[in-house]
Design a protein around this ligand. Structure first.
Ligand code: SF4
Length: 363
């Protein structure tokens, strides 16, 4: 995996007592560490000039998180939701996918933040899980960051995996486009942790997933995690349509099933490329040579633009056929798609989000 660049670490005063600070010091001895007061980051000065987003994600800010760590995944209006909770242990991502929605979502808040008060995170999770023991929680950490890209520097997995391994009513998902799994391999997940990869053919990775791990690296990392006792997930998202996509995606699915044990796969998801007019503007500025801006897309009820519905359905059906050829039983769901699309692809749509969440939790 190509190394992404960090320029400096900013440490909010008070965060120097945390285990995350000690990990950062150990892992990044050559980087300048600057202590800053609460809220005094002066990042606008630091980054005066061009490509605020690109520069922002190279400044790692270690700080306390003051609000709630856990929240329900907001989903997307009018789309079937999979009843998922998210833990935000960090904000922004050091990798550079041209289509990344964080470029728009964090446009005015682009520093790479890592939250130092991990004990508060664990206490909040403990309160929620113990109060609702009859409810099964699927919880992910990869909504506004990548779950593992920073792990060798911050050691977060060593803090949270042992906690979730002991929870009877939760499954933790660590979702990544990196191959940074070393911190996971010596821990015992006790069946309670799924490590998942967003997968695309190497052609798409080369063109649009900059600074991420290659397809082979992701797949090898998945195998190592499987061997270490983790369950696996794969997200075919965003699926990109281009001349010859069928060959690339068909081979990709084959390679995955030839490398990992399908019985260890907790779930697979599929979702096509989505964007918004404002994200497109940012992509045009930051990645002028991307070809993702040229295909035809239509506006959907949730405000996002996607390929025409008949094209989406046809793409999902082909993907599903390749997956079913390799494994007739693995659990597959659609990410951010309408009930209508679900019905055309699978012949049914979950009657409610709880039904889908339960199927995923117990499959
Ligand atoms: S890996 Fe994910 S979070 Fe990071 S830049 Fe790519 S899409 Fe965004």
């Amino acid at each position: 995996m190509q190394d992404f660049r960090l320029d400096q670490v900013l440490v909010e005063v008070g965060s120097e007592e945390s285990p995350i600070f000690r990990s950062l010091r150990r892992a990044l001895p050559d980087l300048p560490f600057t202590f800053v007061g609460d809220g005094e980051f002066g990042w606008a000065d630091l980054m005066a000039g061009r490509d605020l987003l690109g520069q922002g994600k190279r400044q790692l800010l270690l700080m306390r998180h003051k609000g709630d760590f856990l929240k329900k995944c907001p989903g997307s209006e009018g789309q079937v939701c999979c009843n998922y909770f998210v833990i935000n242990f960090a904000s922004n991502c050091p990798m550079e996918c041209s289509y990344c929605y964080l470029q728009d979502y964090l446009a005015h808040n682009p520093l790479l933040k890592v939250f130092s008060n991990v004990n508060d995170l664990l206490e909040e999770a403990h309160q929620l899980l113990s109060k609702h023991r009859r409810f099964f929680f699927r919880i992910g950490t990869g909504e506004i960051t990548d779950s593992l890209a920073l792990d060798p520097y911050i050691g977060y997995s060593a803090e949270i995996v042992p906690f979730f391994a002991e929870q009877p009513n939760a499954l933790l998902e660590l979702k990544t486009k990196s191959d940074r799994v070393e911190g996971l391999l010596g821990l015992d997940p006790k069946g309670r942790v799924v490590v998942s990869w967003s997968m695309n053919p190497q052609r798409v990775i080369d063109a649009d997933e900059h600074l991420t791990a290659s397809f082979d690296e992701r797949l090898m990392a998945a195998r190592r995690c499987q061997e270490a006792g983790y369950r696996l997930g794969f997200h075919f998202d965003p699926i990109i349509e281009y001349a010859g996509w069928e060959k690339d995606y068909g081979e990709m699915v084959e390679r995955i099933f030839a490398t990992v044990d399908y019985r260890r796969i907790a779930w697979l998801s599929m979702g096509v490329l989505r964007n918004t007019p404002s994200l497109k503007r940012i992509m045009r500025q930051r990645f002028p040579s991307t070809r993702l801006l040229s295909g035809e897309q239509v506006s959907c009820p949730d405000g996002k633009m996607r390929y025409f519905q008949p094209l989406r359905v046809s793409m999902y059906r082909k993907m599903l056929r390749w997956i079913r050829n390799a494994s007739p039983t693995v659990f597959v769901y659609l990410c951010m798609e309408s009930r209508e699309v679900w019905e055309q692809v699978f012949g049914f749509a979950p009657s409610c989000e709880k039904e889908l969440g339960n199927q995923m939790a117990h499959d």
